[in-house]
Ligand binder design. Sequence first.
Ligand code: SF4
Length: 429
Amino acid sequence: MRYLIESYGCQLNMAEADAMDAILRGRGLERTDDGDKADVVIINTCSVRKTAENRIWGRLGYYSAIKKKHPLTLIVTGCMAERMKEELKEEAPFIDAVIGTNEKAEIPDYILSDSLDRLESYRFLPSYHKDGEWSSYVPIMNGCNNFCSYCIVPYVRGREVSRSVEDIINEICRLESDGVKEITLLGQNVNSYSAEYKGKHVDFPTLLEIITPYLDSIMFVRFESPHPKDFSDHLISVIAENDRIAKHIHLPMQSGSSRILSLMNRKTTRERFLSLVSEMKARIPSLTLSTDVMVGFPTETEEEYGETLSAMEEMGCTEAFMYYYNPREGTKAYSMDGQIDEDVKIKRLERLISEQLERQKRIKEKMVPFSAKAIVTGESRDDGSMYLARGEHNDYFVFSPLKEHRTGDVVTVTAEKLSGNTFRGHEHE
Ligand code: SF4
């Protein structure tokens, strides 16, 4: 039996798709990338933006045409399946199964036995690593209790569930024995991690302390995403004191205006957010930051937009995920008065992006020259005698090597200059 998985959206979705892939292969099924040859197609959907859902409707049309040519089991899972279960069944009756996020782990059983256990809560899939890859996601929690007013996640992924410490340790040991060099601990809000281990309560910084003695080949531990309202003092110390935790933190800001943050239900203010940033910078000297930021939230004034621009300057990120507010049906912000015109939102976003691109160039140029550990990702595309590597700060290096390397080798490189968004330099003893 041949299967095809199409996955959209966040890293957790991608990790879950990899896990399903590993289980199906382990049970003797064959993967294909050709819809015409597949016996089973799993579409792992995303609901975060309307455009993502529109794309899925297009894909459904495509597979309905294939189904007319040959037998095909079509399964739709993920956040859109959770949010629009009934609508999907009605509008696209050719779908064989619409499976919500809690039952995603049951899909391999469903394919093989055609029956599905309805689960009360999310179950973590056992394997998230593709053979031969040097980087892996390790989901540690799922769901969210925060209900930011623009976000669909709490409605489609449900309440927070934390994976057990034992499970996480086992997964890390397995990844160690597979030679993985970098892991990213994943969760909608990793700072909400909460579990019992050896009779004690474990929060996120404690989890980091527990797992680090198990790290050998794993050089960098990353995590996404921490909510700023829960970023504790203890977490800053653990990052500062532990050389395996990458000193590049993704800290979502969303807006630089306290009034907009309150409307977004972010439970923080401009002042608290920026003072957290300055505390982190003071205690983690080599820290670089990335962020998520949104413009054009309902009622955002030009002044408040200006506060976002100035907060971005103060934060000084080396990368940022920038977007304009997109109303999502079912969220609180969807029905708020004062929706901003699309052309205003686009203008605001354009300026935000152009300032950020200049800023990150400036910050990176100032960093040169410097030496850092990096993981080889392959040969340079422009010059076969050079290699490409990704560093601790999520930055890319093109470097001349001291010897031959394979993908996944850990090297120390010295950056001599910045070219576009990539550092160029040489390998260092
Ligand atoms: S913290 Fe807010 S933005 Fe993040 S998943 Fe939860 S509700 Fe959505």
